[in-house]
Write a protein that binds this ligand. Structure first.
Ligand SMILES: Cc1cc2nc3c(=O)[nH]c(=O)nc-3n(C[C@H](O)[C@H](O)[C@H](O)COP(=O)(O)OP(=O)(O)OC[C@H]3O[C@@H](n4cnc5c(N)ncnc54)[C@H](O)[C@@H]3O)c2cc1C
Length: 388
């Protein structure tokens, strides 16, 4: 490809989906990905697609995304494994039930169809596999889940069909800026001239932003994930809990995929064809204990795979989605704080708008980087690192 119009750094769901929208409109797009598509968060993820439990600022994006998910398979010509089968957020104690009750009231006021289930019978009517000790839950019937690798591949393949170039196994070292304009991206192989660069590098975004004095405040916790062998169908909704210390779902192939909450990361990231984070034994034991307390069948299941993933968490757990005011042509998409998968279909359209210098189709005030210097956003009604 001659010099592209737009270079996207990062082949996660956000980079691949933004590449698709830009390429299908005829723009020359190159995606620079150090490993392979979905090598990091977009492959490590639980892949819940939820509106429930979202910060009020993010809820409009989540609702718009759920609309888009409905026709994504047809649009991309591939099976993303998307299922709109609900999200159950469980309360294991009376104090957790209070948190859930408040969440339901707040989000119902915001117009979301979120129901409060006041006892185990109502919960087990929706998910019979849930332990009878669970005292209450919220249920959002329009939430769901998808297959993360299939979704990223669907976006990548569609982008490639429209002419996007994927430069895999190539790391971006720096963004070249002359005056106050982006002029190129320097990789570990070449310099690529371009007027627009989209940084969608997940936990590594600051490697490129800090040299430009545009650091996004991020902390990087770890989430441990266990995947079982295939089991008979038993659980349709995605599971979460009031305090966000576990999440889980049954994949459409029958495997349970269950996770811890956000935990302190020990700091080791092993390099290889894809980066690997090994969870601690204590963290794995904690997932087994907490998840089997609400989903007893886990105790009997055979474990097929264990891994951990990293989250790019901002101080208010909302992402940065902006065209940087300081440097013309620089678009930033990072800090998705453990819930960027579900909203990716709308995030990608917003990145398309920002990359083209068009007015964004939804207000992005809450996602400006400058908010951190201005004192942050309003308080959250749910724990900041909620995922699933
Ligand atoms: C365990 C876990 C569970 C989660 N559960 C959910 C959930 O249920 N629902 C939900 O909505 N979200 C969830 N999330 C969060 C969600 O997965 C992420 O927010 C989303 O995948 C982020 O996508 P991304 O494209 O921004 O980043 P990533 O997928 O991390 O992609 C960034 C890519 O950029 C590449 N890169 C970085 N720097 C460079 C560079 N300099 N040069 C070249 N390439 C570079 C990396 O290799 C990587 O592939 C979860 C995350 C984890 C880890």
């Amino acid at each position: 490809m001659a010099n592209p119009d737009i270079v996207i750094v990062g082949g996660g769901i956000n980079g691949c989906a933004a590449a698709y929208h830009l390429a299908r409109e005829g723009h020359r797009v190159a995606v620079v990905e150090r490993y392979q598509p979905a090598a990091m968060a977009s492959g490590w993820t639980l892949a819940g697609v939820r509106q429930s439990g979202r910060d009020p600022a993010e809820l409009p994006l989540a609702r718009a995304a759920v609309e888009l998910w409905a026709s994504l398979d047809a649009e991309l010509g591939a099976d993303t494994g998307y299922r709109r089968e609900g999200n159950l957020r469980l309360a294991r104690t009376d104090s957790e039930a209070e948190i859930i009750h408040r969440l339901v009231e707040d989000q119902r006021q915001a117009g979301l169809d979120l129901r409060y289930l006041a006892g185990p019978d109502d919960i087990r009517a929706i998910a019979p596999a849930i332990a009878p000790t669970v005292v209450a839950a919220s249920f959002c019937p329009t939430d769901g889940h998808a297959d993360p690798l299939a979704t990223v591949e669907a976006y990548r393949a569609a982008a490639e069909r429209h002419g996007a170039e994927f430069r895999l196994g190539e790391g971006a070292r720096s963004i070249e800026v002359k005056g106050d304009r982006v002029t190129g991206v320097v990789t570990d192989r070449v310099r690529i001239g371009c007027a627009v660069c989209v940084v969608a590098g997940g936990v590594h975004s600051n490697d490129l932003l800090t040299p430009l004095a545009l650091t996004v405040p991020l902390r990087v916790p770890m989430v441990t994930v266990l995947q079982t062998d295939r089991l008979p169908a038993m659980l349709k909704p995605v599971l979460g809990v009031a305090t966000a210390d576990l999440a889980g779902r049954q994949q459409i192939d029958g495997r349970l995929r269950v996770t811890s909450g956000a935990e302190l990361w020990h700091g080791a990231l092993e390099d290889g064809p894809v980066p690997v984070v090994n969870p601690t034994v204590e963290s794995v034991a904690g997932v087994i204990e907490r998840v089997s307390a609400v989903l007893p069948v886990l105790r009997e299941a055979r474990i097929a795979r264990i891994w951990a993933g990293l989250l790019d968490v901002t101080p208010d757990a909302l992402p940065v989605i902006e065209r940087a005011p300081e440097i013309d042509g620089l678009v930033i998409a990072t800090g998705f704080s453990g819930h960027g998968f579900g909203i990716a279909p709308i995030t990608a359209l917003l990145l398309r708008d920002l990359a083209l210098g068009a007015p964004p189709r939804m207000p992005l005030e809450a996602f400006r980087r400058a908010r951190f210097a201005e004192g942050g956003s309003a308080g959250l009604t749910v724990p900041a690192a909620l995922h699933g």
